[in-house]
Design a protein around this ligand. Structure first.
Ligand SMILES: CC(C)(COP(=O)(O)OP(=O)(O)OC[C@H]1O[C@@H](n2cnc3c(N)ncnc32)[C@H](O)[C@@H]1OP(=O)(O)O)[C@@H](O)C(=O)NCCC(=O)NCCS
Length: 156
């Protein structure tokens, strides 16, 4: 039975292995280590026994929170693990009192876009040609999305 956990410094080797196996644009070891140490970040994991099957990294901003990464092992996809991780990230951001959860996603990343839309995120805009193209492909747009977490402040 998959279990949600908070990942800490000692989980870096598992996190790096998952990132390299499951993320077409993996974070570096340094970036992952920084996220595990940063007070403003939470790194959520989903484990099946000893095996790390998924991770999500969320950062606290002054009024909002930003989902910066989410990866599920290729062999564990379409089992609801990303949905589970996303729910845990939303809970973390609510605990921080964040007004919105923000993210950016490549316009061509259909699985991730479907995941975020199904979770209630809406599109706020695009950054044209934001991501460099891979292997000679043209640059790719970034889609900016958000999920409202708290009702807007009442009008005075
Ligand atoms: C995107 C990703 C995290 C989804 O992980 P997952 O565990 O397979 O997703 P889930 O099983 O929780 O899917 C939840 C919902 O998202 C949508 N979804 C997920 N993958 C999908 C796909 N390949 N095609 C269509 N919809 C998809 C569906 O609505 C799905 O619900 P359903 O299975 O009941 O139809 C995974 O494909 C991945 O790790 N991709 C590589 C890394 C990446 O691109 N991360 C996001 C940008 S940083």
């Amino acid at each position: 039975m998959p279990e949600l956990v908070r990942l800490v410094g000692g989980d870096l080797p598992d996190l790096l292995a998952l990132e390299r196996a499951g993320q077409p644009h993996p974070w570096s070891e340094r970036q992952l280590a920084d996220a595990l140490e940063d007070e403003a970040a939470r790194v959520r994991g989903v484990r099946d026994g000893e095996t790390l099957l998924g991770q999500a990294i969320v950062y606290r901003l002054p009024f909002e929170a930003e989902l910066q990464a989410i990866t599920v092992s290729p062999r564990a996809r379409r089992r609801g693990l990303a949905r589970l991780l996303l729910e845990s990230v939303v809970e973390t951001a609510r605990g921080w009192g964040s007004e919105r959860l923000l993210l950016e996603v490549r316009a061509g990343n259909a699985p991730a876009l479907a995941l975020y839309r199904a979770a209630g995120f809406t599109e706020d805009g695009r950054r044209r040609g934001y991501y460099p193209g891979v292997a000679g492909a043209p640059r790719e747009d970034a889609v900016l999305m958000s999920l409202a977490l708290a009702p807007p402040a009442e009008m005075a």
